[in-house]
Design a protein around this ligand. Structure first.
Ligand code: 3PG
Length: 306
C-alpha cells in the first residue's frame, strides 16, 4: 500500500525516519509531500495513495475526490476539525486521530506562554508569579490533564470543567477541582486555559459575557483553536477592560487589531504547541502504526467517523 504523509507544517526529520521505518517494516511504501504551498500539489500527490497521514492539513471533499484509492486517513494529532468526515464516510474511508500523542508538548507550551505573560513578556519590569493563582482548565482531556499536572508543580490552584465529564471524574484525577459550569470556571479563576475542540457547539463560544466574568488581571490562554473565540467580542472586551491579557498559540484572524493591546496580547507566529520532536515522533509513528494495523487486521480503534 502507498502511504502519503502530506504536511504543510512538516514533522521533524527524526519523526519522518520513524514513520518510514514502520511503513516499510509492514511492507508498504512511503510518499512525502512537505511544505506544499499549492493545494493542487496535494490533489496530485494523493491520487494514488491508499492511506494518508496529515497534521492540520485540510482534507476537504476535493482532496477526497482526487484520492481514488484512499482507504484511511489519519490526523496525526488530536483535533480532527480539518477532516471532512462526511466526505470520508461517503466513500467508506476510515478517519482516525492519534489522541494523547502530542498533549504533553501542547501543555508545556501553555505553561511557557503563561510564565511569559505574567513576567510581562520578559520586558524586564516587575511581574507576578503563578504560584497560588487559580487556573481554570476548560475541557479536561489529554491536554487539559497535562496542563493540570504541570500547573500543580507550579503550586497553582487548579480547577476544571468538562461538558462530557462528571465532577467526580474530574475530582478523582487528583489534579483539579471540578466546578459546576463553564461560567463558574471563568468566575472562579485568574487564568483560563482553553482545551475544547472546534465543533458546532464551541465555535465562537468564548465571548464577551463569558470572559468578562474573569477576575481583575485575568489571563485567557488559547492553545485549542481560533474558531472557538468570538474575536470581535474579545476585542471589544479587551478595549474596555485594560486588565485582561490574551495569549494564544493560534494567531487570530484579527491579529492586527489585537496587536493594539500592547503588553496584553501575544500570538505565536505559527501554531507550535505540538511542534516538538517528541510530539512529532509520538503522533507520526502512532499514525503509521494505526494504518499498518488497519491494513493487517482491520483495527479501527481510533476511528472518528461513522
Ligand atoms: C492537534 O490538534 O493535535 C494540535 O492542534 C496540533 O496540531 P498540528 O499538528 O497542526 O501542530
Amino acid at each position: 500500500m502507498k502511504i502519503l504523509v502530506a504536511t504543510e507544517k512538516p514533522f521533524a526529520k527524526v519523526a519522518v525516519d520513524g514513520i518510514r521505518e514502520v511503513v516499510e517494516k509492514n511492507g508498504h511504501t512511503l510518499a512525502l509531500l512537505e511544505k506544499y504551498t499549492d493545494v493542487n500539489d496535494f490533489y496530485k500527490a494523493v491520487e494514488d495513495a491508499d492511506a494518508l497521514i496529515v497534521r492540520s492539513d485540510k482534507v476537504t471533499k476535493e482532496v477526497i475526490d482526487h484520492a481514488k484509492n484512499l482507504k484511511i486517513v489519519v490526523r496525526a494529532g488530536a483535533g480532527y476539525d480539518n477532516l471532512d468526515l462526511e466526505a470520508c464516510t461517503a466513500r467508506n474511508i476510515v478517519a482516525m486521530n492519534t489522541p494523547g500523542q502530542n498533549s504533553n508538548a501542547v501543555a508545556e507550551l501553555v505553561m511557557g506562554m503563561l510564565v511569559y505573560a505574567v513576567r510581562n513578556f520578559y520586558n524586564g519590569k516587575s511581574g507576578s508569579e503563578l504560584k497560588g493563582k487559580k487556573l481554570g482548565i476548560l475541557a479536561f482531556g489529554n491536554v487539559g490533564r497535562n496542563v493540570a499536572r504541570i500547573a500543580n508543580g507550579f503550586g497553582m490552584d487548579v480547577y476544571a470543567y468538562d461538558a462530557f465529564l462528571t465532577a467526580d471524574q474530574i475530582n478523582e484525577s487528583g489534579m483539579a477541582k471540578a466546578v459546576a459550569s463553564q461560567d463558574a470556571l471563568f468566575e472562579t479563576c485568574d487564568v483560563v486555559s482553553l482545551h475544547i475542540p472546534a465543533t458546532a457547539e464551541t465555535k465562537q463560544s468564548i465571548n464577551y459575557a463569558l470572559v468578562n466574568k474573569m477576575h481583575k488581571g485575568g489571563i485567557l490562554v488559547n492553545s485549542a483553536r481560533k474558531e472557538v473565540i468570538n474575536e470581535p467580542e474579545l476585542l471589544k472586551l479587551m478595549a474596555e477592560r485594560t486588565d485582561l491579557k490574551y495569549i494564544t498559540d493560534i494567531m487570530p484572524d484579527a491579529d492586527a487589531e489585537f496587536k493594539a493591546f500592547e503588553g496584553r496580547y501575544f500570538a505565536t507566529p505559527k501554531k507550535m504547541g505540538a511542534q516538538t520532536e517528541e510530539a512529532n515522533i509520538n503522533a507520526g509513528i502512532a499514525a503509521a502504526n494505526q494504518i499498518s494495523d488497519f491494513f493487517a487486521t482491520g483495527n479501527t480503534k481510533f476511528k472518528v467517523n461513522k
